[in-house]
Design a protein around this ligand. Sequence first.
Ligand code: CMX
Length: 446
Amino acid sequence: MSRLKDKLHDKIEAQRPRINKLLKEYGDVIIDEVTVSQVIGGMRGIKSLISDISYLDPFEGIRYRGYTLPEIFEKLPKPAGADMPYVEGLVYLLLTGDIPTEKEVEEVLDEFQKRRILPRYVYEVIDAMPCCSHPMTILSSAIMTMQRESFFAKKYKSGINKLEYWDSTYEDAMNLLAKLPEIGTYIYTKLYRDGKRIQQNPNLDFGSNFAHMLGFEKPFDEVSRLYFIIHADHEAGNVSAHTGHLVASSLADVYLSIASMINGLAGPLHGLANQEVLRWLIELYDKMEGKIPTEDEMRQYVWDTLNAGHVVPGFGHAVLRKTDPRYMLQREFSLKHLPEDPIFKYVDLLYKVVPPILLEQGKAKNPWPNVDAQSGAVLWHYGLREYDFYTVMFGIGRAIGICANIVWDRALGFPLERPKSITTDMVEKVAFNPKAKRSKKKGSAE
Ligand code: CMX
């Protein structure tokens, strides 16, 4: 057993009694109430999932294993001379809950090294995808294709004990994560570089190798590490994380679950928003013939978008109620490395003009920018101009968090997910009852 797996084993043994005790002794304690608006409104905010991998506070933003993103960037080991930490360190942290030492990071680098070779048939499946398939569709298909490699599926068939499920799930998770940079960059070269593939460099870390295979010079390695780390997880209820958990709860293996999570991420209200932001900005850039719009021109563009019945991509959030710290981290990076970039100037202008407009419009509960408002501008600046590809990078990052969650779901024996649906008649019967209880919870009518 690897030392990472050993450690994970000990952590799992320590966590199981906590969950068992909660279930056995406190299973009937009420945690939350559910209102009609939540039942109709996409279960928004109902506390009904558990994950220790990350937690999202509406005002503070995301914490991974209790650490804020600035703390993560400060504490995780970094490659020599780099500002951005090893992605491998984040994998270790999300799985075990501990900040790894340099040596522990090296062990994850070795683990990935051993597992990174992609079966030939995956390239063939990518090659065979019909023209104009979206990169996210190709990513999902490539991952699905590898389902035949699943250790968990084989072990399950052979009849292993429930308590051992996590072990082969961990193997699947590490195998898949190690291969994602190769899959992602092959999709890129296939779609945009005539399939001219750049071989992996076995001496490079996850982020650097990704940049190298994409064909981008430094500091794109830093951009990749930044990007993968900030996108890794956003607690359990967002569409991609929830989909991954939901599908895995049927004991579907990591390949099936991560392909599903990628499909959820590919929607424009979720991960695809990073592509949408760039598409929307480039439309304006072309219209302006490359000039920077005035505040009034930008305001007009935003209002035109809203008046056409569209959302302003990159703004708003289902949980956050302030500027996304992932946005701020990328903004700081941009102010340092690309302050004069015209697309960054557009993004900067949006930061100024959009929140007051959304407040004036009075619909969005959060007028502030989310991660996607800024991320494409950074990629664009460093030469990654094919914005259809941006969500693939989001997906590779997100797979890290969801894999960690699925390993833990299995380890703690979380059951099949099965919320209950009711009919409109039933909702009306409860709602129209003169004695119906009304919630006093802040935001419950939202
Ligand atoms: N532009 C215009 N209208 C917006 C808006 C925006 N950026 N954000 C919210 N609204 C609207 C909603 O469409 C909704 O309108 P209706 O009442 O007509 O249906 C109303 O404001 C209330 O929505 P909300 O409760 O504030 O937001 P939701 O939790 O329903 O949705 C989100 C959250 C992110 C889908 C929404 O803010 C949005 O569409 N933003 C733009 C797309 C985007 O950036 N998505 C990426 C999110 C981050 C990620 O997952 O990657």
